[in-house]
Design a protein around this ligand. Structure first.
Ligand SMILES: [Fe+2]
Length: 226
């Protein structure tokens, strides 16, 4: 009796979605950012949530040292993110940095960002004992998410709708957390119920090679191999 040849399977996990977090110990920076946002009457106006991305905090960085410090921190993290995903070279960077001041019960519906890389830095959040990121959060958490959580949706078309591809990630922010992910990732923010507003600052990055129109330039970035 002849034995049949064993068939060999090969698995490829294609199209990974790189998400990187940093837990920065920056209480002084957080206090200064909080003060800058609380001092600005714009963030107390009723329409601030829909207009907040019209103010690029990079434009205020020369006047507000905390914004400058966060800009530098975000660029340092961007450099590491680019190195990790293999974007090596010299880039011009369009950088949009804007604050989110969210009162209790404020909900941010599912959206993505018009950029290459999106990031969020958290200044003040709901206290939590949960891990920073649950990569494959249980399905019950999709329908019953934790207070103040950031939900990252599976970016694959029809994922989270079709049985078997219902993955999502649950992020439990805390002050000093920076998270960076591809801007195409759909995400939403669950309401909190704390007396003080949740404060976060979103940073969008669009990277191009150096021969871009001067008017679009913000700063430059060089990513050397590790
Ligand atoms: Fe967002």
């Amino acid at each position: 009796m002849t034995q049949s040849k064993r068939e060999v399977s090969q698995r490829y996990d294609l199209f990974a979605t790189p998400v990187v977090t940093w837990e920065h110990e920056q209480p002084d920076l957080n206090a200064a950012l909080k003060q800058a946002l609380v001092d600005d009457p714009f963030y107390r106006s009723p329409e601030q949530a829909q207009k907040s991305d019209s103010i690029n905090l990079c434009d205020l960085a020369d006047k507000v040292p905390a914004f400058k410090q966060l800009e530098m921190l975000a660029l340092a993290d961007l450099t590491e993110y680019c190195r990790q995903i293999g974007w090596i070279g010299e880039f011009d960077v369009e950088m949009q940095m804007f604050a989110n001041v969210s009162a209790a019960r404020h909900y941010v519906p599912s959206h993505n960002h018009v950029a290459h890389i999106a990031s969020v830095y958290y200044v003040a959040t709901t206290p939590t004992e949960k891990p920073v990121l649950e990569a494959q959060s249980a399905m019950k958490n999709y329908w019953q998410p934790a207070e103040g959580a950031l939900i990252l949706h599976d970016p694959r078309f029809n994922a989270s709708l079709m049985g078997g591809w219902q993955f999502h990630a649950h992020v439990h922010p805390r002050p000093g957390l920076m998270i960076m992910f591809p801007a195409f990732v759909w995400h939403e923010v669950v309401p909190h119920f704390q007396p003080d507003p949740r404060l976060s600052i979103a940073v969008n990055f669009t990277l191009t090679y150096r021969d871009v129109d001067q008017a679009q330039k913000r700063t430059t970035l060089t990513v050397d191999p590790a």
